[in-house]
Every structure is written in C-alpha cells, then in structure tokens.
Design a protein around this ligand. Sequence first.
Ligand code: E4P
Length: 300
Amino acid sequence: MTSSSETIGQTKTPGKRPHTKILVDGGDPEETIRIKQLIGFVDGQTTNPSLIAKNPEIKDLVESGHQLTEQEEAAEYRKIVQAVSPLVGDAGVSIEVFSDLNTTADEMLSQGRKMFTWIPNAYIKYPCTAEGLKAAQRSVAEGIRVNITLCFSQQQAAAVYAATKGSRAPAYVSPFVGRLDDIGQNGADVIANIKRMFDQSDHHVHVLAASIRNVQQLLFAFHVHSELVTVPAKVLDHWAREGMPLPGSDFAYKPVGVEIPYEELNLEQPWEQFNIEHELTRKGIQKFVADYKATLRKTS
Ligand code: E4P
C-alpha cells in the first residue's frame, strides 16, 4: 500500500485562501500583526511556555537580570494573549497550562479555569498525558475549550477523541510533525493517519498540525485537509515569498524518515484503553518546564 507521503516531487497551484485554518505559532503580538499584514488574515494563534519565554519583553526583562515570580510570569502571559486575542479569527488563542511530569489533573484544571477567563476566544492546552486528559475531560464538561498538545501518535489522538467526547466546541489535537522528523520518523504520516482515523468519527476533534518547520510540511497539512495548522512566522514568511501556494492535485510530499504505519483503532472505547505513552511527550514537557523556569526567580 502506498501512503500519501511516499511519492517524490511537488506541484503547487498559486493561491486562494486554504481551507485549513492558519494559526501563528508564537508568543509576540507584534509578530502576529506583521503576519496578518503580510498574508491578509490570521485565523488563530498557539502559544507554549517556550514561545512565551522568547517574547521580546520577557527576554529583555530576564536579560537585564529581572527574573520573574510565577505571578509576574502569569501576568505577562495574560498580557500577551490579551494583545493577540482581538487580532485573530475563529480558531482562537491556545494558552498552555504550566505542568511538569508530576502535575495533577486538579492542578492543571485549576490553571485552565483561570486562563480560560483571560480572553473570550481561549483554548486551553493540556499535555497528552493521563493527567492532561483527565483535566481535558473535566474541562469540556464545564464548557472550557481544549487543545491537547504534545501528541505524537494515532493512539494518543484516539484517546483525545474518547476523553473529549460530548464537547460542544471542537476539541483540538496537536500532532507534532517536526519533532517526529527529528527522531528519524516521517512526522507527516501521523497527521495523515489521524485524519484518516477521524474520517469515520463524529468529527468533534479537529486536527491542528503543529511543529511545522517548512513550507513542504505546511502544504502537506493543506493536502490532507487538516482542519488547522500552526506555523512559525519564519515559515509563513517563506510561504508568502513563494506567493502563498496551495498544493495541486498532483502534490507529493517527500518523506523524511521511516514510515509511521496506520493502525486500525476502535474510537468507541474509554480513553484509558489507548496507549498514550510517548517518549517525546515526556521530553516535550521537560523542555517546556526548563524554558519556563529559566525566566523565573530562583526561590531556593
Ligand atoms: C504548538 O502548539 C507547538 O507547541 C509548536 O508547534 C511546537 O513546535 P516545535 O516543535 O518547533 O517547538
């Protein structure tokens, strides 16, 4: 069987606006304004602790020796998303809870509830771990919109589907393409596989292709009709310089690593039945913690 990402070569058609919603993957409102002027629209934004640590104001504070308290960091994060919120369309602004490997669902939910009040178009990002999924399950029951991040497998996406069933708003799942490429797998496959799995579903989960590092991956997200894609400004700059192409009918993606095979999964099971372990989920949490802590005042 040939997967959609096995053929070589590429044809592009110059562009109308894609059906896939485009989110800016960043932590700087000035960048969002610039991209909106450049491409004419921004459907939404995703943030994470690493991107917030790179915000120019936070970087200046830290570089000048002013390390933040947790309260100051949260206030800065709130200020950033409040500036971005009115700039974007209906895909909203994703705000990530601060969690390490020991953070409980209760702790995540308590942060999520507060963050959800910061702006009218918030999506709360929880990691794709057992505690993150419990927090997401309780969030959707309370009407809090969610985005489950650090997803690296079809089984994890299936667990997101089961945990968020009944959500009034679409629940987002964010599979990370670039970080799978980094470990020698063809990250694009995970997007294609999850989209294929959700073909036979109630469609309450929308796929938000993430960890996008180049225009080829962006076009692949369009090609497989990912509902959303989050893209760093530098990749959108590149896409704009190429004339904002869309993939043609003969679009072909050059795989970058080992194929990730499709799995037949029954979505109508409790989320606990799926294997949600992935080394990159754990590593991703550790990286977010390190970047977040680097901005904080040492307390010991
Ligand atoms: C967005 O939600 C993700 O946090 C982001 O796309 C991760 O990208 P990276 O793998 O380039 O850090």
